[in-house]
Design a protein around this ligand. Structure first.
Ligand SMILES: Cc1ncc(COP(=O)(O)O)c(C=O)c1O
Length: 244
């Protein structure tokens, strides 16, 4: 069935038979040192994909779930967010942030266009109070790419934060989270990672983490501080050599 119907969309993509077989195995119990070692190894692989030294959290949710997690953790009551209507997913940033009640400025874009450093600079000139900028790296609904590296260069010179939806871009387009100065990056399992849907991945820069430490997270499920504790616990378990 799977090999006959080759779906040439950007995701969900077809999975390797090895991955399909793994899905039929028993679920491992999470309170074991073996699980900690396994989770730490996965984290290292994800750090490589995101090109970050910071932990990358694996979250049981869709891509939209990790978009929500980004917003719930970094948006404080005094923030002003800037989002761009690049298509379905750029608009989704605005829809999620608006529900927090914080001030949101949304720039409409030309159809099938995405954000360039010039567009960003012009918007920031008009709205100097913006403290968080949200981009969609590959706007899947139009395939228009944002110049994330160029935009990060502008934002990293300021106190502002840059949040990037890389759901359909990670592993396809370059991503150098730390080197470029991206503060929050998200992706999900069902696109270029070619895994079953249902896992989201999110990483925060040191700059974003300073802010997170001072803001109570809006949601219990998506509280990044709890995920950080789990990562640390797995790491310590492995370092103590409890894994055999
Ligand atoms: C760029 C982008 N962001 C977010 C999402 C939402 O992901 P999900 O459908 O897993 O919630 C998608 C899904 O296609 C996407 O392409």
């Amino acid at each position: 069935m799977h090999s006959k119907n080759l779906l040439m969309a950007c995701g969900p993509v077809q999975m390797d038979p090895k991955i399909l077989k793994l899905g039929a195995e028993q679920v491992p119990y999470m309170r074991t040192s073996e699980f900690s070692a396994w989770a730490s190894e996965i984290n290292q692989g994800l750090q490589y994909l995101f090109q970050t030294q910071r932990p990358v959290f694996t979250v049981a949710c869709s891509g939209t779930g990790v978009m929500q997690m980004a917003v719930d953790n970094i948006c404080g009551p005094d923030d002003t967010a800037l989002t761009f209507n690049t298509g379905v997913f750029g608009k989704r940033w605005g829809d999620i942030v608006r529900r927090t009640g914080i001030h949101v400025i949304t720039e409409d874009m030309e159809p099938r266009h995405n954000v360039t450093p010039d567009i960003l600079e012009a918007a920031l000139k008009c709205y100097p109070d913006v403290s968080i900028v949200f981009l969609t790296y590959n706007e899947t609904s139009t395939t228009a790419l944002a110049d994330v590296k160029g935009c990060a260069e502008i934002i990293s010179r300021t106190n502002r934060l840059l949040v990037v939806d890389a759901v359909s871009a990670l592993l396809v387009e370059p991503m150098q989270m730390d080197a470029w100065g991206v503060d929050v990056a998200i992706t999900s399992s069902q696109k270029a990672l070619a895994l079953p849907p249902g896992l989201g991945f999110i990483a925060f820069s040191d700059k974003a983490w300073k802010r997170i430490s001072n803001i109570p997270c809006r949601s219990l499920y998506f509280d990044a501080k709890a995920y950080e504790c789990n990562c640390l616990r797995n790491f310590i378990t492995v370092r103590r050599g409890r894994f055999r």
